[in-house]
Write a protein that binds this ligand. Sequence first.
Ligand code: IDP
Ligand code: MG
Length: 141
Amino acid sequence: MSVERTLSIIKPDAVSRGLIGEILKRFESAGLKIAAGKLLRLTRERAQSFYAVHKERPFYASLCAYMSSGPIFVSVLEGQGAIMRNREIMGATDPAKAAPGTIRRDCGKDVEQNAVHGSDGPETAATEIAFFFRPDEIFRY
Ligand code: IDP
Ligand code: MG
């Protein structure tokens, strides 16, 4: 397996409940390195752009309102097989269906306010990282 980079977002529900440290600890404990990170707030338009792939879904408007409702912590995670590793640590989309010990099971509120986002493949990881970070903001280990 090769070293990969993936985009992680700690979503507004988790940031507002003081869970940034708890969630970053889980990434680091799993061997993922934090290669970039920042706290920011998306405008509604930026949230719509980030989630454009979901624009036909019934939850799109609500998702974009929620994702622009408060600060988020965006980071680039780096490591062996980082994309799928991060998805495993996150757990299933719906916290009620996520495996015990996953971030979404332990920290998510519901299927929308599910604590974290993670890229789902190499192409989306590259696009999503570039959405938030310039190359010179990303560090190598
Ligand atoms: P993922 O985040 O596990 O990849 P996606 O299907 O890509 O799941 O959905 C993107 C985000 O949209 C989810 O993380 C969640 O915040 C929201 N979402 C997904 N499905 C639903 C739903 O059925 N109702 C409300 N929000 C949803
Ligand atoms: Mg997805």
